[in-house]
Design a protein around this ligand. Structure first.
Ligand code: WTA
Length: 664
């Protein structure tokens, strides 16, 4: 260990805090600590500051309409267009500057820069093509695409014509695509022929076509972007309702489409995410509140300035990519990077090579990636000049102090603040994290809530818990970026997020409390440490997966009688899927069965949900009332000491299962 390491190690051990680097504070977008007090005093009018970052066709009337909680409305009657805000208004000053720097996975391929001018042109052309295909305002357009430029282009084209998008992560399975298109009654799909993963072309269109077979209504139009290079294609013929992206755009060369005036509360997009039940939830985000939130947090937390080259390594198929690759950065007129591939191809220094080449100024990534970088070793970042970086961020799961330290030291050279940002698909953008130019950092804690947010840690009765005690995270006042409902399911919206702590008969907004289903604790300076989900949702490599979704996939496999899925600790992934499976009589728990179960999960959800271990057992540990003891299954997966088993109906089964896990 070097001296520097030892010193940092000691500071961490003493749980020392880190002041924001002076050089950073000097130039930070937000550096006045009074912002916290001012926002509290002026709530909800403080959020005019976020609305001011946007251009409006018509000013809004009211900042917040809270007359019908929890159906809050923000910036009422304001009119604007998201594509106008992300493109047109930047043309005069930033037209020749890069909007998107796209880096493909193959190293021998030319990367692509889209200036604001070029991006604007192609978005217009594609918007014209969508209109031609019959897409109308408020028609949901599904996108099933990897990290290629046509994805943000399609999103912005939809925003331009007022058609909400629903992006399905490209790593999800065909079934997952079909479920989401059915749920959203989506009649249009934008997809692509394939993409590259660790050097190999993947046949994405085959998966998309299989998904389309499962769509229960007529599909009016499908657009297929060509990503694969000559010779790598899979030779699919396009069906009658399928159009090549390049042809559509070429046919519309030079077309201009006026951005439609959208109401502040009109839907911008849907994003499906996992919850407690087997059915994914369609989280609905609106035009003004969402964009204002994405832009304001990008400016205040990520410290984005137009002249930056900002790099978020998430996938646009998840909410982080929506808010912090596409909408927040482009609303601010900066340069946003998109990288198609994985960080270890062709070598483990790929990200650092990109940071160096493009002189990236911010890096926003996930703790699971940082744990992998740590494991690979500091020699990879050391090969590159990372001195362009000014700020580092993390999102998706808690970051442990060791990983925090590694990131701070080896990537940030102790010169960059690290923002650990807690938020969710539902919140639209960041909620808990220190403003980097104002707040000191405490590794392991996400930090205090952002200004203007009322976050409290409570017990089961809703009473605030003392500092240091574990409790449940709640948000007690609405905020502009919040989800508005679950698509076509107001009832489930209330049940999932509000019922726990609100008086649901009340029309007084003070009686309505948002529950994100995370556990947390707070210290006496108001810093929050998020402890993880308290519902049946797993966080595998920062990806959110429902245990019920995985269980129903497994039960769908021939020969499986029952299944219970829990998360076990995993060094890199954070959590890994452990599946306990009971087979029907006459079936063997052998390798073939195991293979079929893994395949069943991959078909229903995707490889990200693949079980780490499949454990066959004649019974699951159950309470006398017949409830599966999940906590016990988690303890077994983690090879921890077991809690009380005496209340079980079948305590004898526990040892059997334990032995199996350990022998695997
Ligand atoms: C978890 C991702 C601890 C949390 C933006 C939340 C975190 C879920 C953090 C949402 C963090 C996200 N510290 N936990 N900084 N960020 N989480 O919807 O459990 O994919 O509820 O949104 O990730 O996952 P989602």
């Amino acid at each position: 260990m070097s001296d520097g390491d030892a010193e940092l190690e000691a500071r961490l051990a003493a749980q020392e805090e880190f002041e924001p680097p002076a050089g950073f504070v000097e130039q930070a977008n937000v550096s006045d600590p009074d912002i916290y007090g001012q926002f509290e005093e002026n709530w909800p009018n403080c959020w005019r500051a976020a609305a001011e970052l946007l251009d409006w066709y018509e000013e809004y009337e009211q900042v917040l309409d809270d007359s019908n909680p929890p159906f809050y409305k923000w910036f009422t009657d304001g009119k604007l267009n998201v594509s106008d805000n992300c493109l047109d208004r930047h043309l005069d000053e930033r037209g020749d500057e890069a909007a998107i720097e796209w880096v493909g996975e193959p190293v021998d391929e030319d990367n692509v820069t889209y200036t604001y001018e070029e991006l604007h042109r192609e978005v217009n052309e594609f918007a014209a093509a969508l209109l031609d295909m019959g897409v109308g305002e408020d028609d949901v357009v599904t996108m099933y695409m990897p990290m290629i430029p046509q994805l943000p282009i399609a999103m912005l084209a939809c925003a331009r014509i007022g058609a909400p998008h629903s992006v399905v992560f490209a790593g999800f399975s065909a079934d997952a695509l079909a479920t989401r298109m059915n749920s959203a009654d989506s009649e249009y799909l934008v997809t692509c022929d394939g993409y590259y993963r660790r050097g190999d072309p993947l046949d994405h269109l085959a998966k998309a076509n299989e998904g389309l077979d499962g769509v229960e209504h007529d599909v009016e139009g499908v657009v297929v972007a060509e990503r694969l290079m000559d010779g790598d294609g899979f030779g699919h013929d396009l069906a009658d309702n399928q159009h090549a992206y390049a042809d559509l755009v070429a046919d519309q060369a030079g077309a201009e489409v006026d951005p439609v005036e959208r109401d502040a509360e009109d839907m911008l997009f849907l994003m499906y995410t996992s919850g407690t039940t087997g059915k994914p939830k369609g989280v609905k985000h609106t035009t003004a509140g969402y964009l204002a939130w994405a832009a304001w947090t990008s400016q205040a937390v990520l410290d984005i300035k137009p002249e930056d080259t900002y790099f978020c390594s998430a996938d646009i198929g998840w909410i982080t990519g929506h808010s912090y690759i596409v909408y927040g950065p482009l609303a601010l007129g900066t340069t946003t990077m998109m990288y198609e591939g994985t960080p270890d191809y062709p070598e483990r220094d790929r990200l650092w090579e990109i940071v160096e080449e493009y002189e990236a100024t911010q890096l926003y990534t996930a703790p699971t990636a940082i744990r992998a970088f740590m494991k690979w070793g500091a020699e990879f970042p050391e090969r590159h000049d990372l001195s362009s970086l000014r700020l580092l961020g993390t999102v998706g799961e808690p970051i442990n102090p060791r990983a925090w330290k590694w990131y701070y030291q080896h990537i940030g050279d102790e010169e960059c603040p690290v923002v650990d940002t807690w938020w969710q698909t539902e919140t639209g953008g960041m909620m808990i994290t220190g403003l980097p130019g104002v707040k000191k950092m405490k590794p392991g804690s996400a930090g205090p809530p952002l200004p203007g947010l009322d976050v409290r840690i409570v017990d089961t009765k809703g009473e605030e818990v003392k500092a240091g005690r574990a409790g449940y995270l709640t948000v007690q006042k609405p905020w502009p970026g919040m989800l508005r409902t679950l698509y076509k399911n107001d009832e489930r919206f209330i049940q999932e997020y509000w019922a726990e702590y609100s008086d649901t008969d009340s029309s007084d907004p003070d009686d309505w409390i948002y529950f994100p289903e995370d556990g947390a604790k707070i210290d006496d300076e108001g810093y929050i440490t998020v402890l993880g989900r308290v519902d049946d949702v797993l966080n595998v490599s920062g990806h959110r997966l429902g245990t019920m979704e995985i269980e129903s996939a497994i039960v769908g496999v021939d020969g499986v009688a029952e299944a219970a899925v829990v998360g076990g600790d995993h060094e890199i992934k954070g959590e890994a899927v452990y599946a306990y499976v009971i087979l029907e009589d006459g079936y063997e728990g052998d390798e073939e069965m195991r293979g079929r179960i893994v395949e069943g999960v991959e078909d229903a959800i995707g490889p990200i949900a693949r079980p780490e271990q499949v454990i066959f057992t004649p019974e699951l540990p159950k309470t006398r009332s017949g409830k599966i003891m999940r906590r016990l299954l988690e303890q077994i997966a983690n090879e921890e000491e077991l809690g009380d088993t005496t209340t079980l109906r079948n305590p004898e089964i526990v040892e059997d299962i334990q032995q199996q896990v350990q022998s695997d």
